[in-house]
Design a binder for this molecule. Structure first.
Ligand SMILES: Nc1ncnc2c1ncn2[C@@H]1O[C@H](COP(=O)(O)OP(=O)(O)OP(=O)(O)O)[C@@H](O)[C@H]1O
Ligand SMILES: [Mg+2]
Length: 353
């Protein structure tokens, strides 16, 4: 069950700079026997992450969240669209350029335990970074740098360094991985379900850490299936359904006025401490009745095709995709639009002889 958390203190404004831009990106996996089938895991996904901003990528299991994270981290290819970092096209990278890319973009993943080799002390992960990226830095100086980064995110080096992974808590290991990523002084951190395996109080620590990092100007893509966690830290949310972004925008704009039926379903499923279940149900029923038969996307983009994967800006900092959820579920608004092939054509007026 999701926890309800108090909101963190407001963050002082950091200059808004788009550090990561995903522009209509696609990912197609080869699936089935001999890879003959195609699975479009991400469809036309566009969003930005600014410096000093946490963007939560939220969606159910299989919606394509990790696929987007892996595209940003260049762990898999990008099959359509473009990705820009700091305004530079980084859609396709290899060799030296990819190595340099990792000084700008780093990732931390769900299971901190599996990242560490149990037979080595945790310090080894830091040494690996030195050897790969900073061979010119001598070990004593490197250890000082490691200690400084650890301290900056609330870890006491003397409590952790020299220990084996099983002697550390999950939260400590997750913070260690964040400090490893920060040693490269990245501009973007992809955090994929980094708190799912932690207990509730440790989760808050790690979430607050993300809050601290964004104050220092880091752009964070925070991937989660849990709406309440997404809400807790995020300046902006991106809601994903079956590989398509169905709604996105400033967290408050989206959460105070969720428009897409999928976002509304997600929100209705989060327990709210200040409301009874029947109150939540009544509110959702009222909103559904108000929005029935409409599609905010096609109201703004009446000429867009029914299969459009894009989003329309329906209010300031609030974007929504077509309300149509599945191929078999035609968009109600679009069906009545004259450009749509399924719209029943009017019979020609009978001519009187
Ligand atoms: N390497 C792969 N080959 C084929 N299909 C894949 C591959 N990786 C992921 N998929 C499929 O792509 C879709 C999106 O997967 P993804 O891992 O991005 O989902 P997710 O939103 O991160 O889910 P979860 O919350 O369970 O982690 C799923 O249908 C998944 O089965
Ligand atoms: Mg995932």
């Amino acid at each position: 069950m999701s926890e309800q958390f108090p909101k963190p203190p407001p963050t002082p404004a950091v200059e808004a700079v788009p550090i990561l831009e995903m522009i209509e990106t696609d990912k197609v996996y080869n699936v089935g026997t001999f890879g003959s089938g195609k699975l479009k895991a991400v469809r036309g996904a566009s969003f930005t992450v600014e410096a000093g901003q946490v963007v939560s990528l939220i969606g159910e299991s299989g919606s394509g969240k990790s696929t987007i994270g892996k595209m940003v981290l260049h762990l898999i290819s990008i099959d359509g669209g473009k990705m820009l970092v700091g305004g530079k096209d980084v859609t396709r990278l290899g060799g030296k350029a990819l190595r340099e890319y990792y000084t700008d973009v780093q990732g931390v993943f769900q299971d901190p335990f599996s990242t560490f080799n149990p037979i080595y002390k945790v310090d080894r992960v830091f040494e690996a970074v030195r050897k790969s990226y900073f061979p010119e830095v001598r070990r004593p100086e490197w250890i000082e740098r490691v200690k400084a980064v650890m301290s900056s995110i609330g870890l006491r080096p003397e409590d952790i360094l020299g220990k084996y992974p099983h002697q550390c808590s999950g939260g400590q290991l997750q913070r260690l991985l964040v400090s490893r990523a920060l040693l490269l002084r990245p501009k973007i951190l992809v955090a994929d379900e980094i708190i799912s395996m932690l207990d509730a109080s440790t989760r808050i620590d790690v979430l607050n850490l993300l809050g601290e990092l964004k104050k220092q100007g880091l752009g964070i893509l925070f991937i989660t299936h849990d709406l309440s966690l997404g809400n807790y830290v995020a300046d902006k949310v991106v809601i994903l359904y079956q590989g398509r972004i169905v709604e996105s925008g400033k967290t408050r704009a989206v959460f105070e006025n969720p428009l897409h039926p999928y976002t509304r379903d997600l929100l209705a499923s989060v327990p709210q401490l200040d409301k009874t279940w029947s109150q939540v149900e009544a509110e959702e029923a009222e909103r559904s009745a108000r929005l029935a038969g409409t599609c905010a996307f096609h109201e703004v983009m009446p000429d867009a095709p029914a299969h459009d994967d894009g989003q329309a800006e329906v209010a300031t900092d609030h974007f929504v995709g077509c309300f149509r959820m599945d191929e078999a579920d035609p968009c109600p608004a679009h069906l009545t639009h004259p450009a749509h092939p399924n719209t029943p054509t009017q019979p020609a007026p009978a001519t009187i002889p």
